[in-house]
Design a protein around this ligand. Structure first.
Ligand code: UD1
Length: 416
């Protein structure tokens, strides 16, 4: 099995470009199904989750051309409405495809999704909200069968501002008859990117970024070209990796508006950030200060950044408290960090991290995508060599992870 071998001790320095956002690309690729026409996407990251999504689209009958970050999806001959179980299991966000398939064909068959094992991750809210859109849902032999003669707009209130549920409902209602109003929606920047994409395609969606979204159904959509937004979680990861090493880097292709909750917490640790129109420079002190973090839906502090911040705080001065409010199983990386000498205790959804002076290299395993990145973050300052196995988790979500780190002065190589 492939692993990363990291030699700790170097300060991060240099300049990189961020990649396109994973979490924006996935629903936008799903949305390409709706038009039955050609969608050209730029800045799509070359990562495993995208590859699986495109494999599913091919099986459904779409024609796909891919070159570097450019993907052309022709959904004109798409003729299947069932997502194969084995692919559904490889990726949680495959559930988003259900909304898009339903939106186009008024029926969809899928099973329970997979993805990172970071908690229960049920799909009850997806099912409940699709039912509120008038869709009949039956379960048979592990499959979820959704259908309706014609989708008609409705008023839907979400119990929780789930990102995936908000996106699924937007996709299912774009071609519906009449207006759909969704309240208590997720306000993440990726939802705004999806709205922008849908409207370029000819849809009538408004309200993304606030807590009510309205979708006026349209009869047809058109060909579209679209540039995916930067990946704010990838950017945040490299900022924390620089902060822990006391380094200084510049990242280009950044929407600074989208990363305020990340930069404001970083500034509390003592780092300085300089933001230009579409870039960010970070200058880190020799020693970081401990801080407290509570994960919340956007614009709160993102759960996807919790692990990498947690790793960074293992060597900060003082004691940090982390409260994880979104996913219950997102502290497993901390048990790996203990192997490096981190002082951590976990009680339910609260982790207490007592900063230590030094970490030492160890053999560790990535427990999930962001947890894997967190372990690599700590390894950057550990004395000696660390190995991180199970890196398939990291490759699901970070494009050219080791290559970018090498460009930033990190000694990282692949091993077996
Ligand atoms: C998306 C992101 C993920 C991020 C998360 C929260 C993508 C592809 N993934 O995931 O990186 O960590 O938002 O910001 O965009 N829930 C239910 N029932 C449901 C759906 C969700 O109980 O039917 C719960 C989840 O278990 C979790 C919470 O709601 O506790 C938030 O999940 P949600 O916002 O739906 O996250 P995802 O869309 O899966």
């Amino acid at each position: 099995m492939t692993q990363y071998i990291i030699e700790g001790g170097n300060e991060l320095e240099g300049e990189i470009n961020s990649s396109g956002s994973k979490n924006a690309s996935l629903p936008i690729i799903a949305a390409s199904i709706l038009s039955g026409k050609t969608t050209t996407l730029y800045n799509v990251p070359n990562i495993q989750d995208i590859k699986i999504t495109l494999d599913i689209l091919r099986i459904l009958g779409c024609k796909i051309d891919r070159k570097n970050g450019k993907i052309i999806i022709d959904s004109g001959r798409m003729n299947k409405t069932e997502i194969p179980k084995e692919l559904m299991h490889k990726l949680r966000s495959s559930v988003i495809l259900a909304g898009a398939i339903l939106g186009r064909f008024n029926k969809a068959i899928f099973s329970y999704p997979g993805g990172c094992d970071i908690g229960g991750r049920p799909i009850d809210l997806h099912i409940k909200s699709l039912k509120k859109l008038g869709i009949n849902i039956e379960e048979e032999a592990g499959y979820i069968i959704c259908s309706r003669d014609k989708i008609i707009g409705a008023d839907i209130h979400l119990d929780f501002p789930s990102v995936g549920v908000t996106e699924n409902l937007m996709l299912a209602s774009v071609l519906a008859e009449g207006e759909t109003t969704i309240t208590n929606v997720a306000m993440e920047p990726e939802i705004i990117d999806l709205q922008r994409f849908l409207n370029r395609m000819g849809a009538k969606v408004s309200g993304a970024g606030e807590n009510v979204i309205k979708i006026q159904g349209v009869k047809k959509l058109k060909n579209v070209s679209y540039n995916i937004m930067p990946d704010r979680i990838e950017i945040g990861t490299f900022l924390c990796m620089t902060a822990i090493t006391g380094g200084n880097i510049i990242i280009n292709n950044v929407n600074n508006e989208d990363i305020k909750s990340i930069t404001s917490k970083l500034e509390e640790t003592g780092v300085r950030v300089k933001q230009e129109k579409s870039s960010i420079e970070i200058m880190a002190p020799k020693k970081l200060k401990a801080i407290d973090i509570k994960t919340m839906p956007y614009p709160g502090f993102p759960t996807d950044m919790q692990s990498v911040f947690g790793a960074m705080l293992t060597v900060a001065k003082g004691t940090s408290l982390i409260v994880e409010n979104i996913f219950e199983n997102r502290f497993r990386y901390l048990n790996e960090l203990k192997k490096m000498g981190a002082k951590v205790s976990i009680e339910g959804n609260v982790a207490i991290i007592k900063g230590v002076k030094k970490l030492h290299g160890a053999e560790m395993e990535a427990p999930d995508l962001r947890g894997g990145a967190a372990i690599c973050t700590a390894a950057l300052v550990a004395k000696g060599q660390s190995t991180v196995s199970n890196i398939s988790h990291i490759l699901r979500g970070y494009e050219n992870f080791d290559k970018k780190l090498r460009k930033l002065n990190v000694q990282i190589k692949l091993g077996t």
